[in-house]
Ligand binder design. Sequence first.
Ligand SMILES: Cc1cc2nc3c(=O)[nH]c(=O)nc-3n(C[C@H](O)[C@H](O)[C@H](O)COP(=O)(O)OP(=O)(O)OC[C@H]3O[C@@H](n4cnc5c(N)ncnc54)[C@H](O)[C@@H]3O)c2cc1C
Length: 588
Amino acid sequence: MAKPRHVDKTRGSGAETGALPLAKALDKLRKAYGTGIELRDDRGSLALEGAVATWRDKIDAGWAAARFGYRGVVNDLAVPGLEPERLEPPGIKDCSLDGLAVDVAVIGGGVIGASVARELARWNLSIILIEKEYDVAVHTSGRNDGMIHDGFAAKPGTKKAWYNVRGNRLWGSWARELGVDFKRQGSLVLFRGRTSAAAYPLMASRAKENGVDGWEYWSRSRVRAEEPNASPGQHGGFFLPSAGSLSPYKATVAIAENAAANGVRVSFDTCVLGFDLESESIAAVRTNRGTFRARAVVNAAGNWADAVAGMAGDRFFSLHQRRGSDLILDVTTGVTQKHIMSMPSLFQAREKTKGGGLVLTPEGNILVGPTARELPGREDYATAPEEIRELERHLKVNVRLSLSHVITYFAGVRPCTYEEDFIVEPSQRVRNLVHAAGIQSPGLASAPAIAEDVSAMVVRVLERSMAVRPRADWKPHRLAPPELRRLPLEERARLIAANPRYGRIVCRCEEISEGEVRNALRSTLPVSSLDAVKRRTRAGMGRCHGGFCTPRVMEIVASETGTGLCDVLKKGEGSWMCAGPSKSGGRS
Ligand SMILES: Cc1cc2nc3c(=O)[nH]c(=O)nc-3n(C[C@H](O)[C@H](O)[C@H](O)COP(=O)(O)OP(=O)(O)OC[C@H]3O[C@@H](n4cnc5c(N)ncnc54)[C@H](O)[C@@H]3O)c2cc1C
């Protein structure tokens, strides 16, 4: 498949570039969504202003506007009762970054920002990765299904399709280099009936168009033989062997650790608040920890990427949020199926989601989901009862699964443009800014490929002012920390003999030892919270939800960081685990 090129529609107004004239566009939108709408051609993008009655109208108007042929849609429609969200910086304020000068500042410690930082570290550059939270993968990159999609579902010709297929291929080597547990179980899309099965040639031709690696038709009996627990209602399936899964937060941690080991400075609790612009370039980056200079800036700010673009005067797109919820099933369920499985309905083709299913994780849990709902809230991770009920239908895809296997639920929020495609391109207004924005699903699968391209764009920006050379000492490999429960008995014994802390089990559900917790706290990333430990080791992720291990992990954190138990945090600032001593010598 040919790589999609960015079409430059910024020279002049949208109408000059063949877009629907403003008056006609306005007429169409007003007829559908009310006369409160105003339109403006903002240097090639279509700016929607005024008001509509509901949130749904706002989203629908944005999607309709995206079909008018403008470069992007900036949707500022007001909805009664809903205030525009404001970025809340951390309360921490210091001057630790004042006066710093770096070659590249990467904004956002999700899988995209971390991957870009890792790729850039191949060059002789000084790099800072800036994240407003206390760790990497706190937002969307830690709240997804971990599926390395095959690339079949993305619309042909889109950036999503291209980056997904390339990213899927790259994950093989990335996972090996980074010590990330990545399994290519393959994805089995089951046909719900004869009509769905008849769609196979169309599915195959789409997979071919997207350049997906390998696929097969499986008859009903083949499915029965391969997946004896698959729904008896299946009429065969479409098998895509290149799909797989990994732990998205562990992978993001591994990528960021490798970047840090290669000299990338990682600054947590650091929020970009604005830029100083000079001669159409970013001269300085303003944060809650001071102002510093950067020759090039990467916008990988996830659900806030439109706000960050706006800080640089380059808001040519806007994001809307699509929340997705998932059920996590007990680790014992993994043995009941061999592949990632789903059974979509034909109606789903019209929805802006791949439809969800049963994702088998490398650890053995099954993730059920995700749902897809347009809701306001860039960081709203509430799970609604109706979404959970909606997920129950997926349980029928594997007859051995039931609601009693559910350990917990979670939600994540996809950052979507109204064009429903990724933005991976240098800014056309700011000379030293590169955007990796609107990275909704399959962003995790696409991350290595996006990073490859973004780093090449950054290098081109930098070459205008400096000599950029590959580093001879770049280390692509990261030694994965040992995971006791996955080691054969002899290896466990050897490890414990060398370091008895591996013999002390801290989390009983997941069999995590003190040695593993201490390892997590001694990595190249500066973390010390309970959630950071959980993300790296799984301590607290089992059936008891940390009821047993939390006090033990707190003691280890306190001893590693040299602080008191009352200073240990669950996540970011202010999230103390204890309010204070309850009585003399005790803890509350
Ligand atoms: C429910 C769900 C399931 C999904 N499943 C899959 C899947 O199976 N496979 C797949 O490929 N994709 C999946 N996705 C999509 C995938 O999770 C995203 O595409 C990907 O995580 C986006 O990564 P990111 O780095 O762009 O965003 P994020 O992970 O959100 O990272 C952006 C970071 O920028 C930081 N930030 C924002 N503003 C600032 C600022 N001003 N200063 C400093 N830092 C800032 C934020 O704190 C955040 O940590 C799923 C998404 C959801 C919601």
